[in-house]
Every structure is written in structure tokens, then in C-alpha cells.
Design a protein around this ligand. Structure first.
Ligand SMILES: Nc1ncnc2c1ncn2[C@@H]1O[C@H](COP(=O)(O)OP(=O)(O)OP(=O)(O)O)[C@@H](O)[C@H]1O
Ligand SMILES: [Mg+2]
Length: 624
């Protein structure tokens, strides 16, 4: 119970933090809403009793005007608070969206990839939509529970007054017990308590159904979301059409839809049978209550008009209790989803060191891996194992190795995108985690193997910023060999890429995109330049151009160049060969090409395709 209460409080705190005032507006709205039916009941009873007691017209008028104006004020206040509440709720939604987006952008890449976190996030998001979200939560908890509390207080007061009220007339047997104190209390108690028990059982059953249904819905949503997005994404169009994948996807979609329809129909039927049965039974219990009130009226314990008032109170009480149960059950289910937001927003941003990275004009930054081992979250095997490597200042290092040997993983560890499992990585002798993350990442300019550009302008992509230096952007595009292509675009460097955010956006080829990614790395002007397969999509001319301008691209910075193009090693001072997550060879090209080993094998294998009849020696001189 305590845990449940603290969960409720957590969600309320979150709502209050994101939009102070919202809960207050909602509370006042609920109070005014709940009060109106009682006021109307009261007014009718006053008029009835007044009429029966032979009140003067003037007296009746005063009564009506008094209660009427209170009711009207309540109604005006209700509308006022409703508008305020709705506006505040919209702001709350926007603020929550802002907060979650910011969190997604600032948690570590490691956490962002964590399948458990992703699943929980998706569940919370879908669950919120599915069950009405915070709006429904505020409504059910505040309005319905408040309604029930008020109804209960008034109900108890009504029972007590009725108990005290005795009449002079006598009821015929066997109905005497109805106005007898004990009989009256017992029947009333039974009538109020039975629906509570009944509801407890019903809601428990309904909750089980709902829970199962929700799990099912989220699964179906995730899968059909994937199917739909795959079909809708035009970039998938060619593969789908040429491999006749359309039928595959369509059939799967239909299968999903049918599964969804069948299950939801079944569950809906089960659920509404339960609700209908329960409601009918609860309504039936109103009969004995009415009988009690009528009996009190018959013996003259209450005025005739008050019969109306009391039956009204009790009808209200039964309905409110009923609603409160539904609300409580819905609230608990909602809690399961909403509570996640609280935990999500409380996630720590990536662990950040406090040391500033010393600004040095001489670029004297030295990074070293000491016995580093790493495995991906949830994976069994190590991708890097007892890995040692020192990157010498100003040195150009080429990294080669088979697919899956750990080259890209090595770069990601270097960039602090993942924490090492064992060992240490140091910058100028100090563990990289101790440095301020942003400052540390500022010293690295990386072209990732799976580089990504965004649907912003070319210049914004290159500068990774809304403010940019046009001249530097143009220089960067020149060095990456894409300046002329950008010049042909309608708005030059300010042309928007892709059509996601702008209908007029420019579509570019894979190679053109890769060149812009290279330009982005140059623009950053960082002491380390890291290029992971940066020319994989480039044509031979473009690749040659990049090689030719390599000096401009890398200048005197420390650089890492990962490539399967063995000839690229010629502009490296040092070649490091990866095999199964370890460094197996480390020397210059001249040395390695003459020494039996993986480098020689890789080199020869590739050279064969180009110049089949050259000897190894000839090949070696050709590429040296
Ligand atoms: N996000 C990930 N989660 C789990 N395992 C991964 C992940 N990324 C890579 N791996 C695994 O780590 C191993 C090394 O991958 P990595 O990308 O570092 O290789 P690589 O040397 O860059 O290969 P390539 O030459 O193909 O680019 C692979 O076998 C892969 O299965
Ligand atoms: Mg790779």
C-alpha cells in the first residue's frame, strides 16, 4: 500500500514539476463539477418541501434564488477552471516532451542502446496513449476519487440523520424493522458494502484482461509499426520490389491485422460481460435503499420532499463508489506506465568527468589503450581482448583487419560511446573518463563507417550548428571534393538535404553524402582525425582526390585511417593489423609487406585482383 501511495505521489510530483498549477486547476474543476448535482438536488428539495409546508411565494423565491445563484457561480467557476486546466495540460504535455527529448539526447549512447530501456520507454509511451495518459490519470484520480469521497461524506451524514429521524406512524409488519435503528443500519450497510466487494472482484478480473490485452497490443503495435515503416520508407522500395518482398510484407501485415481483430473482439466481449453484469447487480441494490427512505417518509420521520433528496444522495453514492473503483483500477494501470517517465527523467546523464581538456596549440595529445577488454551489453564474447595501443602524437596510423575484427568498436571506445569492460584508456596519462565529456569529444573529428547526415542544410550539416562560417564550410566541401556538386544545388551551401523536413530538399547520392561527412570532420578542426572507411562509397576519381588532398584533410594532426583498401596505407606512418580484437602486427608498410603474416595476406589478396601477373616484390614496390 505504501509503495502504491509513493508511486501516486511520484506521478503527482512529476506533473507538478512539469507544469505547476495544473493539479490545482484540475482540483478546483473537480470540486465544482462534483458540487453541481448536489446543489440541484438541494434546490429541488427546498422547493418541494417549501411547497408542501405552504411557504409563501416570496420565501420560495428567495430559496430558489439563493441556491440557484450558488449553482450558477459553481457552473461559471467550473468552466473557468476547465479552460485553465486544459491550457495547463497542453503546456504540461509540451514540457514533458521537451524533458524526455532532452533526456534522450543527453543519456549515454550506451544507455540509449540498452534494449531494456528502449522496451520500457516504448511501453510507457504506448501505454500512455492506450490508456489516456496523464490527462486520464489526473481526471480519474482527482475527479472520480474526489467525487467518491464527497459522496461518501454526504452519504454517511445522510445515514446518520436518517437514523436519528423517528416518525410517529407505525409500519405494518413485517416491515417494521426498516425503520428500527438496527434494521435500518444493517440494510444500508449491506447495500453499500455489497457493491464494494462485487467491484473488488470485478475490477481484479477486468484488470487481468486489460493487462494481457495491453501486452498483446504493444507487441502488435511494435510489429505492425515496423511493417508499415518498412513499406512506407521509399528507400526500401527498390529492394522490396526487386525481390518481390511486397507480398511477404503484405501477407505479414494481413496476418497481424487478423490476429489483432480476433483477440480484441474476444477480450472486449469478456470485459463488457463483466461490466454489464456488475452494473446490473449494483443498480438492483438501489431498490432496498429506496425502500428504506420511503419507509422513513411513510412513518413521518422526514419531510416528503426530503425523500427526493435522500434517494438522490444514495443514488449518487452508489454511482460514485462504482466510478471510484473503475477510476482506481484505471489509475493503477496507468501508474504502471506513467511511473516509468519519472524513472526515465531521473536517469543520470552520461557519467562525466570534471577535468578540463587542456587546450594546446601544438596538438600534443596522446591516447593510449592499456589492456582494454570490451564486450557489448548482453553479449557473451569479448570484441576486444587485452588490447594495447598507443597513438603517437602527430602520427598517421592506418588500421586494417578482417570484417568483425573490432576496428569500429575500437573507435567507439576511443570516443567514449561505450565504457570499457576492463582496462583503461588514457589521454596524456589520465583516464579519459576523468575528463569533461564534451571537451574530450571536442578533440575528436570522426567520420563513422555508418555516418549519418541530417535533414538540415549542407552548411548546418558540415558545421553541426545553426551558426556557421560560410568560408570554412566551402573550404571543407572543397577538401572533401563535393564543393562543385553543392554549388549546383538551388541554394548552394544553404540547400536543405532530403525531403523529411522540407519538400524542396535535395536528394544526394551515397558517395556525395559521404563526402559531406568528410567535410564535417575537417570543419571540426580537432587534434584527432579518425576516418572509418571514409571512401567506401566514393568512385575511384573521388577516392583519388581524397588521397591527394589527404595532407590538407589531416594536416599535422594525429590520425587514424581504417580501410580495406590496402593501397591507402601508403600515406600512413604506421599500420596496425587487427585480428579477433587484438593487435597482431604493428609496423610500417615496407616492413609488414615483406613479412609473412596477415598484412601480407590481405595485401596480396587485394593486389591480385588489380594486377594478376605481378610478383609480390613488384606489388610491394608499386604500392610503396
Ligand atoms: N551494437 C552492437 N551490439 C552487439 N555486438 C556488436 C555491436 N556492434 C558490433 N558488434 C559485434 O562486434 C564485432 C566487431 O564489430 P566491429 O564493427 O568493431 O568490426 P569491424 O572490424 O569494424 O568490421 P568491419 O570491417 O566489417 O567494419 C562484430 O562481430 C559484431 O558482431
Ligand atoms: Mg567497421
Amino acid at each position: 500500500m505504501n509503495e502504491l501511495l509513493s508511486k501516486y505521489l511520484k506521478v503527482f510530483r512529476l506533473i507538478h514539476e512539469q507544469r505547476p498549477g495544473l493539479l490545482l486547476y484540475a482540483l478546483f474543476f473537480s470540486l465544482t463539477t462534483v458540487a453541481i448535482p448536489y446543489l440541484i438536488l438541494l434546490m429541488t428539495t427546498l422547493v418541494l418541501n417549501g411547497l408542501l409546508a405552504g411557504d409563501s411565494f416570496g420565501r420560495l423565491l428567495i430559496k430558489v434564488l439563493l441556491v440557484g445563484s450558488i449553482t450558477l457561480t459553481c457552473q461559471i467557476a467550473q468552466k473557468f477552471f476547465e479552460t485553465k486546466r486544459d491550457a495547463a495540460y497542453n503546456e504540461f504535455n509540451i514540457n514533458l516532451e521537451k524533458a524526455t527529448t532532452l533526456k534522450l539526447l543527453t543519456i549515454s549512447y550506451f544507455q540509449l542502446q540498452d534494449p531494456e530501456m528502449r522496451a520500457a520507454y516504448q511501453k510507457a509511451k504506448e501505454g500512455t496513449t492506450y490508456s489516456g495518459g496523464f490527462n486520464q490519470f489526473i481526471r480519474s484520480v482527482l475527479e472520480d476519487l474526489l467525487n467518491a469521497t464527497i459522496a461518501l461524506i454526504i452519504g454517511i451524514a445522510a445515514v446518520v440523520t436518517l437514523l436519528w429521524a423517528d416518525g410517529s406512524k407505525i409500519l405494518p409488519q413485517p416491515w417494521e424493522f426498516l425503520v428500527n435503528d438496527w434494521g435500518f443500519a444493517l440494510v444500508i450497510l449491506l447495500c453499500v458494502v455489497t457493491p464494494i466487494f462485487l467491484n473488488l472482484i470485478l475490477t481484479k478480473k477486468k484488470n487481468e484482461i486489460e493487462k494481457g490485452l495491453f501486452e498483446f497490443y504493444t507487441n502488435v503495435n511494435r510489429q505492425s509499426g515496423y511493417l508499415f515503416n518498412t513499406i512506407f520508407d521509399y528507400q526500401n522500395g527498390p529492394a522490396l520490389r526487386l525481390y518481390r518482398g511486397n507480398q511477404l510484407l503484405y501477407d505479414e501485415m494481413i496476418k497481424q491485422n487478423n490476429r489483432f481483430l480476433k483477440r480484441s473482439l474476444e477480450e472486449d466481449r469478456k470485459s463488457s460481460n463483466l461490466t454489464d453484469g456488475g452494473n446490473a447487480l449494483i443498480s438492483l441494490l438501489l431498490i432496498p435503499i429506496f425502500l428504506l427512505v420511503a419507509a422513513k417518509g411513510y412513518v413521518g420521520a422526514i419531510e416528503v420532499g426530503s425523500i427526493f433528496l435522500y434517494t438522490g444522495y444514495f443514488t449518487q453514492l452508489v454511482a460514485a463508489l462504482n466510478q471510484a473503483f473503475v477510476a482506481f483500477a484505471a489509475g493503477n494501470m496507468l501508474l504502471g506506465f506513467l511511473d516509468f517517465y519519472f524513472d526515465f527523467l531521473a536517469l543520470d546523464p552520461q557519467e562525466n568527468g570534471s577535468l578540463p581538456v587542456e587546450k594546446r596549440n601544438d596538438n600534443e595529445y596522446e591516447i593510449e589503450f592499456h589492456n582494454v577488454s570490451f564486450k557489448y551489453p548482453g553479449a557473451e564474447t569479448y570484441v576486444l581482448k587485452d588490447f594495447n595501443l598507443k597513438l603517437m602524437i602527430g602520427q598517421r596510423t592506418a588500421i586494417v583487419g578482417r570484417n568483425g575484427s573490432g576496428k569500429t568498436t575500437f573507435i567507439k571506445l576511443l570516443c567514449r560511446l561505450y565504457p570499457v569492460t576492463e582496462g583503461r584508456i588514457t589521454l596524456n596519462g589520465i583516464e579519459i573518463d576523468k575528463y569533461d565529456l564534451k571537451e574530450y569529444q571536442d578533440i575528436l573529428a570522426v567520420v563513422f563507417q555508418d555516418f549519418k547526415l541530417f535533414a538540415f542544410s549542407v552548411a548546418e550539416n558540415v558545421a553541426a550548428n545553426r551558426h556557421f562560417d560560410s568560408q570554412r564550410v566551402t573550404d571543407a566541401l572543397y577538401i572533401a571534393g563535393v564543393k562543385d556538386r553543392v554549388a549546383t544545388m538551388p541554394a548552394g551551401i544553404e540547400s536543405i538535404l532530403y525531403k523529411e523536413l522540407d519538400d524542396q530538399g535535395v536528394e544526394i547520392s551515397g558517395g556525395e553524402a559521404q563526402k559531406i561527412a568528410i567535410a564535417r570532420a575537417w570543419y571540426k578542426d580537432a587534434p584527432f582525425v579518425i576516418l572509418d572507411e571514409p571512401t567506401s562509397a566514393l568512385d575511384p576519381f573521388s577516392e583519388y582526390e581524397i588521397y591527394r588532398r589527404f595532407d590538407d584533410l589531416v594536416e599535422d594532426k594525429t590520425s587514424i585511417y581504417i580501410s580495406h583498401r590496402m593501397s591507402s596505407a601508403r600515406f600512413s606512418d604506421r599500420i596496425v593489423v587487427f585480428e579477433n580484437g587484438r593487435v597482431v602486427q604493428d609496423a610500417d608498410h615496407q616492413t609488414l609487406v615483406q613479412r609473412p603474416g596477415l598484412y601480407q595476406e590481405l595485401f596480396n589478396a587485394q593486389a591480385q585482383y588489380y594486377v594478376e601477373d605481378l610478383t609480390d616484390d613488384q606489388l610491394a614496390t608499386l604500392f610503396s
